[in-house]
Design a protein around this ligand. Sequence first.
Ligand code: SF4
Length: 264
Amino acid sequence: MKLDTYCQNTWCPGCPNFGILEAVKRAISELIEKDGKKRENFVLTCGIGCHGKNVDYLNLNSFYGLHGRCLCTAQGMKLANPNLKVIAFVGDGDIYNEGICHLIHAAKRNSDITVLVYDNRNFALTVSQFTATSPKGFKGSSTPKGSIEEPFNPLELMIASGATFIARGYALKIEHLKDLIKKAIEHKGFSFVEILQPCITFFDNRKFYEERIYELEEKDLSLKEKTLMKIRKWDYSDGEGARIPIGIFYQIQKPTFEELVLRS
Ligand code: SF4
């Protein structure tokens, strides 16, 4: 299915954002062509950052949100029309710094939306300030001598907040990422996909990831303690011994926010 638009692409040549865009296109195309979902029922929203340009490059209904606030828009869309498949594109600076309260509460109430986090571990669009997932020692324009802060683990935050689908993918494993995105969209409830996305201009950690990433087996997805053990295999530091699992970590079913609101 053709989902391209006429917009000129302004990402840096070779940016792994291209890989994510391709994975999103394949996932949505399959849901429409093979699984019979209606194109008009998909709606996109985004925050501010390099990731936000995705909505310009996909020929689907969309709405540009405010920095860190697009999950408010996403939840409003879903509540107004529960037939929609609402997909929110957000960045790490956008949602782990600016809008973290919205992320926590959307997960807590199990809003039936899909959140794709383009985590390049810096505010890339504004020329590289550190974010909540930048490793300690990260040198950017606001931390020229290196960040003194430890990063946090967003997956751990999401399981504590009540997300019912938690996954992590890698921008340059496109077919694997496509499968994760498709399952996240099909999940009924709050689905969260953290996407490790090297920023080749400001934080090119492709080699670090590619030496450490491995795919999880999909089992024990509803057991919180086991999920936490898997999540804690990597703490977002850049230690030499780290191994980084990708795949689906957690999935359970429970009533969604919209079901509860519209039933009452
Ligand atoms: Fe991609 Fe980084 Fe360039 Fe943004 S600044 S388009 S994330 S390579």
